[in-house]
Design a protein around this ligand. Sequence first.
Ligand code: SF4
Ligand code: SF4
Length: 395
Amino acid sequence: METVFPIQFHSHSAAPGAPLSDPDPIVGGRVELQLLTTLKCNLKCTYCSLGVGDVLGSQTHVEYDIEQLAAFVDKHLQGKEVYVTFYGGEPTLNLKLMLEVMQRFPLFRYQLQTNGTLLDDVPEWALAKLSNILVSIDGGERTTDGYRGRGIYRQVFKNLGKVRGHIGGSVTSRVTWGNPDTTFEELDALIASESPFDYLYWQFVADEMYFDDSIAKRKAVLVQLIDRFFAHHDSLYPVIPLMGIVRNKVLPTRAQELYAGRTQCRVSTHLINVMPNGQIFPCPDMLYMPAMQMGDVKQNWLRKSPLQATPNMPCANCEAFSWCRGNCMKNLHLAYEKGDARYRDNVVNPICDLLRFIGQEIDKRDPHQWFAQASLPVRKKLADNEVYEYVEIMP
Ligand code: SF4
Ligand code: SF4
């Protein structure tokens, strides 16, 4: 159980004038240290969330040094199991910091979230130490190049072909499902046997792209994905949101144990995003909101995540809550705490509708019965997958 200390205090190692730290700001024994190595990117994806509040490109140089990061880790993350995600902008544009961190903290686990265009610049020793690489892609060639620029899809696959054999861990295709015309076939192809990807993770785009028949079109593709998921018992269809939701339905405590019952994207418990200037935020999509700041590496302070579920949010009365756990806290915060009715109606509610639909379609296929018949390796892969620690699980 989490201990609650009524009094906050200054540590001797905090910078003078720094805000108060919480004595135990991280919930649980693990922490994901997401280092935004730069806010610069070499692509211009049309839906980029860092475009909100002009965050993209605003900080191109890291203002803290490795010793300041070490002092921060010593003070606030002592005794925790730390896993780092290199994030951006495009993190490989600051390979120097990435490699320096990997050498300085050899006990940590590492993940890279990248657009894949510069992957061939990462040295082999570093590729071997990456537990997971999340490569952003939008589906097939036409969809991907439509959002990212002509030739990007081929460039990413070419790079992956070059480096795949050197990567120590898994490779996950990270899809933002923005285009309502995205087909089952193009998503399925990302995890075909000859594909360099081990997993597919998609997130529904957090933008106003849910008009007219676009929800029905997505539902038709979801039905195909779910049918495919339940088609076999001796192999797992590696689509993370479906894996996670089925896991949560057949093993309900797993939906809670890594996140103390809060949102599975970890923003309320143990995800800390360090901006290049050293400021820390729980969610990488809310870097433009000063009220969300929860720490600073240079000033060496850290408080509990301010991004928490509140009674204003509708989750407690939602049929999906036991396995969804509040999906995206940023979306709920903007819609129900900030009261952005347009965002609520055009983005958050359609996504919640799609989530409930997924849950209902999974239930129709009797996930308990499927799990009972699944082979032991399939059950283990579904229940204990390390990849759940690297993604939000919910779409
Ligand atoms: S579907 Fe929406 S309302 Fe329901 S639990 Fe998930 S985030 Fe909350
Ligand atoms: S899922 Fe979590 S980390 Fe991702 S945008 Fe939403 S609140 Fe932020």
